[in-house]
Design a protein around this ligand. Structure first.
Ligand code: CUA
Length: 334
């Protein structure tokens, strides 16, 4: 009965290690090193812990047997000394066995591979991610596209407070420190979508500051990049409703906080909202808060606060007919 409960409990605990945001489910070379280090640490600390428990239980049972056989409380202080001496040797050995691999893995996962194909800039904002591809002339948000099987350089900084860039399936964490620009690299072994999360408490909506890394096969990535670059250059869609929506966008002063490449000024200004050039192509809204579709987009524009309390964007008052046009405009931006 008890053994069954222990097995079920252990399985449930291990199930928590699976899933889209687990360091124990590595999908790239850097994360594989982190996962291997985790298992190594579990072994060098877990095995001595189990041995200690076993010794403690054995000692208690032995003492009980002795007490039953000869109930005089004679002490044997010398007997335990050898264990103390051994413990004094074993403990530092364990600490060194943790320290040395930690330093080696830390150095390895933070050493930029040579060569790296692409540099992506990621800027942390309360509570979203600005994503720039300076070599490709693309600005996006809350989604990082990269070619699978190749290392890419990620240059991180913050526009406000300390955030931490973390894609558990691909790499260790890297804090985004005000006034500093830091580099790390990402590589996904296979195409796929990997969830990232801000890993440093940065305010009210720290928990809803997520993003996704989309790893494409190389040719698909090139197509995506070509499309995303051209998307910004010309916005002319022969759709009168979307054309009207573009006017609504400017009349409602959405451009005060959000940029659309080719339409408004370079965006974003520090402290404001995500660039909307590719808004309809994104998988989520509000940095991983909601799935991206017409209904959630409309709800978000009308009032994002119920979905993400504390988000910088205020509620808007856009009449229904203008809203239809605005949505058509946004839906054309994919
Ligand atoms: Cu940004 Cu927590």
């Amino acid at each position: 009965m008890i053994r069954g409960a222990v097995v079920v409990g252990a399985l449930l605990l291990l199930a928590g290690c699976e899933g889209p945001q687990s360091i124990l489910n590595p999908r790239g070379p850097a994360a594989a090193e982190v996962a291997a280090l985790w298992w190594w640490m579990l072994a060098v600390t877990g095995i001595p812990a189990l041995l200690t428990i076993a010794f403690a239980v054995a000692a208690a049972l032995r003492r009980r047997a002795q007490a039953l056989a000869a109930p005089d409380h004679s002490e044997h202080p010398r007997e335990g000394r050898i264990i103390l001496v051994l413990g004094g040797i074993v403990t530092p050995v364990i600490l060194v066995a943790i320290l040395v691999p930690s330093l080696l893995v830390g150095r390895s996962i933070h050493t930029m591979p040579d060569p790296v194909g692409l540099t992506i800039e990621v800027v942390g904002h309360q509570y979203w991610w600005e994503v720039r591809y300076p070599e490709l002339g693309i600005v996006d948000a809350n989604e990082i596209h990269l070619p699978a099987g190749e290392p890419v350089a990620v240059r991180v900084r913050t526009a406000d407070v300390i955030h931490s860039f973390w894609v558990p399936n691909l790499q260790g964490k890297l804090d985004m420190m005000p006034g500093r620009t830091l580099d790390l690299w990402l590589q996904a072994d296979e195409p796929g979508v990997f969830r990232g999360q801000c890993a440093e408490f940065c305010g009210l909506q720290h928990a809803l500051m997520a993003f996704e890394v989309v790893a494409h096969p190389r040719e698909e990535f090139d197509r995506w990049a070509e499309h995303a670059r051209r998307r910004g250059a010309h916005l002319a869609d022969d759709d009168p409703l979307a054309d009207r929506g573009r006017e609504v966008y400017l009349e409602a002063r959405c451009d005060q906080c959000h940029g659309v490449q080719g339409l408004t000024r370079e965006s974003p200004v520090v402290g404001t909202g995500p660039d909307l050039t590719l808004v309809a192509a994104r998988r989520t809204l509000g940095a991983g808060t909601l799935p991206n579709n017409r209904g959630t987009l409309q709800g978000w524009i009308l009032d994002p606060q119920p979905h993400k309390p504390g988000v910088r964007m205020p509620a808007t008052r856009i009449p229904a007919r203008d809203m239809d046009a605005l949505l058509a405009f946004f839906e054309s931006m994919r």
